[in-house]
Design a protein around this ligand. Structure first.
Ligand code: PMP
Length: 266
């Protein structure tokens, strides 16, 4: 159906409480990329929220493919959201509910080469369940807009002096040929692209470690890279007006960009 014709109840718990989970995936020529990884993360979020999505992996995959075939874009993003649907307004989870499922696809362009962006550093004011891909994204939209207003594209969060992630991305820092990325915990989203990049580094024998990264490491880094499904991998040349590395050479960024491209198109 047309986006303009889609309707949900004003009592939908997604609207009333911001209570929902979502995924953003890529599709190339009608094929969903890394669906298993996205589905597993969706299931983890659903478990946390005690939300029975009532779809098997195969059933949901078939449904998304149906939406993709209706839209027929060669390269697009797929947005998918589940909530517990409409119920009388009450903070307690409803005992019986009919979930709302919303799926939309949008055409996007794959960048031809590694994009280079500016970012800002912000205190991570988010909650302790950042591992859940929750639709309550006010802290993220607030941070992202703050970044845009200061001429950047991304906000990078730090919690007690330790870097966590970007407002819409995971981060990797390169220092003297070793790559560091924050450990998986409640302060970061277990990004699908993050996992792909880790896998690429394992295959290529690139020295890497999942560890705590201090703010100070930023100013000694050779490269700072951000990953997400829709952007792939981008390099950061400047944070709060301070240059990262030499501000223009992103050897590892370019190598991973190529490897990710190969994973998407072959
Ligand atoms: N962290 C946050 C906060 C995000 O919103 C996203 C997705 N935009 C990511 C990390 C990257 O996750 P993925 O690679 O699965 O898109």
């Amino acid at each position: 159906m047309n986006l303009a014709d889609a309707k949900i109840s004003v009592l939908d718990r997604g609207f009333i409480f911001g209570e929902g989970i979502y995924e953003v995936m890529l599709a190339v020529e009608g094929n969903l990329l890394h669906f298993k990884n996205h589905f597993e993360r969706l299931q983890d979020g659903a478990k946390d929220m005690q939300l029975d999505i009532q779809f098997s992996e195969t059933k949901l995959h078939d449904l998304i493919k149906e939406v993709l075939s209706l839209n027929n874009n060669p390269f697009c993003s797929v947005y998918l959201q589940f909530t517990k649907g409409a119920a009388p307004r009450d903070h307690y989870y409803p005992t019986r509910y009919d979930p709302t499922l919303f799926i939309m696809t949008s055409p996007i362009n794959m960048p031809p080469r590694l994009n280079v962006v500016k970012a800002i550093l912000l205190k991570d004011i988010r909650w302790q369940k950042c591992n859940v891909k929750s639709t309550s994204l006010y802290a993220n939209t607030w941070a992202k807009t703050k970044a845009k207003k200061s001429g950047g594209e991304e906000a990078i969060f730090e919690r007690n002096g330790i870097l966590t992630e970007g407002a819409t991305s995971n981060l990797f820092l390169v220092h003297r040929n070793k790559v560091l990325t924050p450990k998986e915990n409640e302060h970061i989203l277990p990004g699908v692209t993050r996992e792909l990049v880790l896998e690429i580094m394992r295959r290529k024998n690139i020295d890497h470690e999942e560890t705590n990264i201090s703010i100070d490491s930023l100013w000694k880094a050779d490269e700072l890279l951000l990953t997400s499904t829709t952007k792939g991998i981008v390099a950061v040349k400047d944070i709060n007006g301070k240059q990262i590395g030499d501000g223009e050479t992103f050897n590892l960024g370019v190598e991973i960009f190529q490897a990710l491209k190969t994973l998407s198109f072959t």
